[in-house]
Design a protein around this ligand. Structure first.
Ligand code: BG6
Length: 491
């Protein structure tokens, strides 16, 4: 019997009606129940403008879990889980509504955790409402979703606002990619293996590609997505976090502060992209109609609620340089988009060519070893290498082979945990090491803002259309082709 949180919590979900709560948070909490990780007195309180009573909320939660969790609900576990659910009808702009929450919360016995699954412009009303109702004791915690703000300025405003009512040790800024098993494994791969540890620099590595491709479109989130775009939705947070983790120096230890500080140093070293180099360093696209897994899907402009003049990007490819000694001269190619051919995330580390070719009849001059880290799906690690073709030939003939790690084998795959499950548990434990610091977020915006501004100003801001179900616009290939490189093919 595992009960991992020794402290009972009252978890309040602001935005209970929203997509995130239904798609991710409730299923993750149900799974925590199933694995017996939650304290017996922990409660989950949905909060929002809906006029639901508790039985109605329980019913809605059940439907959401059934829809978004790929498994049948167990009646015994459901009974236990549903008894934790409560609902508070609250409009965050109405000061007096917070009294309703005050009446539900058990401040004496439980640690209160607020999960703000709400748009950035509503956050200050939540902070103030909680403060006015004395619901922000030092023991309480608050989780903020990404994107935090929409540029450096608005992000700073939110951070300054929250700092008036909550201290840094109470604030958990979430980037759910940091809760993914394969991302956590990057630390082990890099810092527990001498082989990788010693060759992780510009003497040995030619370049690194990071792809986070999605099959989904915007899933009924037009109003959110169209004012955000793929750059702010995915690059500002998830891709920059992956980049920072694979390039940072070894932290002194694994505490939140030390890991965050090493990532911060990388974010501070990113070479600025602005009007001068925007056209050689970025590509953006928007999906048109096409086919995904044989199914016809509409263009971005035909999605529900679409504005026909939208120039919002659903695809981005960027060439990034890190201006420090370790990575000088190594380009990092990042790409991410919606409605691409498959959903997968992968990091490909491409090693430098061998300078002199000993094997005259081989393709060695073209060959580069690759370390392929599949983050999702089917998490895996592979190494591409050459070996001698067996046989009695008098000449050496070489052939391509792959080493494949069995780390994420069937044995381990049953231990794969959803990112939200892990991060919710970490917040209940009060541990911040898998969360992002204020400085990291502000530094990311500092780098993103000039790109977005340059897109607005330059002629290159015209979006290239790409057919749904492909790998994005043709210019994404040119970005690498101009450097004599190609995107590694998904297989
Ligand atoms: C979210 C974005 O942060 O990440 C979504 O807002 C995106 O637009 C999602 O689809 C992708 O997450 P995952 O875990 O499915 O790769």
């Amino acid at each position: 019997m595992i009960i991992e949180t020794n402290q009972a919590c009252d978890l309040v979900i602001f935005g209970a009606k929203g997509d995130l709560s239904k798609r991710k948070l409730l299923p993750a909490l149900y799974k925590l129940e199933k694995s017996n990780r939650m304290h017996k007195n922990t409660r989950i309180i949905g909060a929002g403008r809906a006029d639901w009573n508790i039985p109605e909320y329980i019913k809605i939660a059940k439907t959401a879990i059934e829809n978004f969790l790929n498994e049948k609900i167990d009646s015994v576990i459901w009974k236990k889980f549903s008894s934790r659910l409560n609902f508070c009808n609250i409009d965050v702009y109405e000061k007096l509504h917070f009294i309703r929450l005050q009446k539900i919360l058990d401040q004496k016995k439980n640690t209160i955790i607020y999960y703000c699954a709400m748009p950035p412009h509503t956050l200050n009303s939540i902070f103030i409402g909680l403060k006015n109702a004395n619901l922000n004791p030092q023991s309480s915690r608050i989780i903020l979703e990404k994107p935090l703000g929409s540029c450096l300025k608005t992000s700073k405003i939110i951070n300054n606002q929250i700092s008036q009512y909550f201290s840094e040790s109470q604030i958990f800024r979430i980037d759910h990619y940091l809760g993914k098993e394969a991302i956590l494994n990057l630390l082990a791969l890099r810092f527990a293996n001498s082989f990788f540890f010693h060759c992780w620099n510009n003497n040995v590595i030619d370049h690194i590609q990071i792809t986070v491709s999605e099959e989904v479109g915007i899933e009924g989130r037009w109003s959110y997505f169209d004012t955000t775009g793929q750059m702010k939705d995915m690059v500002q947070n998830h891709l920059l976090q992956i980049l920072a983790i694979i390039t940072m120096e070894q932290p002194k230890n694994l505490t939140a502060k030390n890991v965050q500080n090493e990532k911060l140093k990388i974010l501070r070293s990113l070479k600025t992209i602005n009007e001068k180099n925007i056209s050689t360093h970025t590509v953006r696209g928007q999906y048109s109609e096409g086919y995904i897994k044989g199914k016809n899907v509409p263009s971005y402009l035909k999605e529900e609620g679409a504005n026909q003049n939208s120039q919002t990007e659903t695809f981005v490819a960027i060439k990034v340089n890190i201006e420090n000694k370790k990575w000088f001269g190594v380009p990092f190619y990042l790409r991410t988009g919606k409605r691409l051919r498959y959903k997968y995330s992968e990091i490909v580390v491409v090693f430098k060519k061998i300078p002199v070719n000993l094997f005259k009849n081989s393709n060695l001059r073209e060959f580069q070893n690759k370390l392929i880290i599949r983050l999702e799906p089917n998490e895996n690690i592979k190494i591409d290498f050459l070996n001698k073709m067996p046989g009695l030939n008098s000449e050496y003939k070489l052939e391509n082979s792959q080493f494949e790690s069995n780390y994420f084998s069937k044995k381990n795959s049953k231990n794969l945990i959803d990112a939200y499950e892990r991060l919710l548990l970490e917040s209940m434990r009060g541990k911040q090491s898998l969360f992002v610091s204020r400085e990291e977020i502000e530094e990311s915006w500092k780098w993103i803002d000039p790109i977005i501004n340059a897109w607005k100003k330059t002629k290159n801001s015209n979006i290239q259309l790409y057919q749904s179900g492909t790998w994005g616009p043709e210019n994404s290939n040119l970005l690498l082709f101009n450097d004599n490189r190609v995107w590694y093919e998904f297989n």
